[in-house]
Design a protein around this ligand. Structure first.
Ligand code: NAD
Ligand code: PPY
Length: 356
């Protein structure tokens, strides 16, 4: 993962900056502004190298382009990565404020070509802090005039994706089915609650012992984090980090279906092909997790109310049905089918059609 390789990238723009005082590197990647200003959240994490941070930002920005296109939202795709000098929980609050202020300056210099929002390790109060310096921020707290957290809408959409995927895979409803949720954070915690209400038997995994204890007290079965890919279930819902299923995992994961919130669940197209060859039906993540984008862009750009957000988010099941039908007709992976739908909207021909 050399920096040279990572800078040979097809996206529109890479912005980087280093702050010597906090030993933090800032990356903003704009993948595409074809459908509107680029948008996507700010992720803060400790990366092994700047090359890894660039790679993550590039893949996440690309996923945002596809998410906006397939969801028919008038935005492009981008993402920010803040490569921290240590894990987020070891950064003190004064350092964190300085880091956010520098990130906000960088965003502001892009003059609206990139709009950020919350992602892993950033939340609405961080968006409030960014908004002191730049206006190009979605997901500020409600008290501060923003749309607040997108996690609930994301979870609702993922739940729709789980139901649509189980149905198409011949599992019927989630009632009585075994669902394994990896990651019990803002989205995964809500997914667990919705799936349990629908009658599913929940297996849960997290690296945070407090979250596991709460889930266990709620009656769910805890699976060790390292055993997730070896634990039999009807449906696997990755709601922690991406890159969880590579070709080797795809060849052995004991599940019938995959639908979760994490961005870039599959490491590459080959992993999707292996899943398909085994009859494991996989919901493309940039379709399944679009509820958060409906919430942020819908509320803050398009003037939607909460009911509009819910209505569009519930439509994720129908979009997935379209993806699954196309995948069956063409004999291609579900990821490839979703890419076809997204790229049809991104093609210049679709702009001509829209204008006539
Ligand atoms: P979060 O940080 O609130 O939760 C993530 C959870 O995963 C935490 O509880 C963490 O302890 C756990 N975790 C981390 N590594 C793990 C591992 N190896 N095994 C098991 N658990 C692990 O994040 P979130 O907002 O719930 O988002 C979850 C995922 O969904 C992320 O990949 C995010 O990019 C994606 N996503 C979120 C939104 C949103 O609206 N929040 C929208 C689209 C996509
Ligand atoms: C994501 O959906 O992955 C995000 O990063 C959240 C988001 C969605 C739309 C605009 C900004 C952030």
């Amino acid at each position: 993962m050399s920096i040279d390789d990572e800078l040979r990238w097809d996206g529109e723009l890479t912005v980087t900056r280093h702050d010597r005082e906090t030993d933090t590197t800032f990356v903003i990647r704009i993948d595409s502004t074809r459908l509107g200003p680029a948008s996507g959240g700010t992720r803060a994490a400790h990366y092994p190298s700047i090359g890894h941070a660039l790679a993550d930002a590039g893949k996440l920005a690309g996923a945002m382009t596809l998410k906006m296109a397939v969801s028919d939202l008038p935005m492009g795709g981008g993402k920010s990565v803040i490569a921290l000098p240590a894990p987020r929980n070891r950064i003190d609050s004064a350092t964190w404020t300085r880091i956010l202020d520098i990130h906000a300056e960088n965003i502001d210099k892009l003059e609206g070509n990139y709009w950020t929002g919350p992602d892993v390790n950033t939340n609405s109060s961080d968006m409030d802090q960014l908004s002191r310096i730049t206006k190009y921020v979605f997901g500020r707290s409600v008290d501060n005039g923003g749309a607040g957290s997108s996690a609930h809408a994301t979870a609702l959409g993922v739940f729709e994706a789980m139901k649509a995927t189980a149905r198409r895979r011949g599992l019927g409803t989630l009632d009585g089915r075994t669902v394994l949720v990896q990651g019990l954070g803002a989205v995964g915690g809500d997914v667990v609650r919705l799936a349990a209400q629908a009658g599913a038997r929940l297996l849960v995994a997290d690296t945070d012992p407090q979250r596991l204890e709460a889930a266990s007290l709620a009656g769910h079965t805890v699976v060790p984090a390292g055993e997730v890919l070896r634990t039999p279930c009807d449906l696997f819902a990755p709601c922690a980090m991406g890159g969880i299923i590579d070709s080797a995992a795809a060849a052995s994961i004991p599940t019938l279906a995959v639908a979760g919130a994490a961005n870039n669940i599959l490491t590459d197209a080959a992993a999707g092909a292996v899943l398909r060859s085994r009859g494991v039906l996989c919901a493309p993540d940039f379709v399944a997790n679009a509820g958060g984008a409906f919430h942020l862009v819908g509320r803050e750009v398009l003037g939607w109310n909460e009911d509009d957000v819910v209505e569009r988010t519930l439509g994720i099941g129908r979009t997935l049905d379209e993806v699954y039908s196309l995948s069956e007709e063409r004999g291609i992976t579900t990821e490839a089918a979703a890419l076809l739908l997204a790229r049809a909207r991104l093609s210049p021909a679709s702009a001509t059609a829209a204008a006539t």
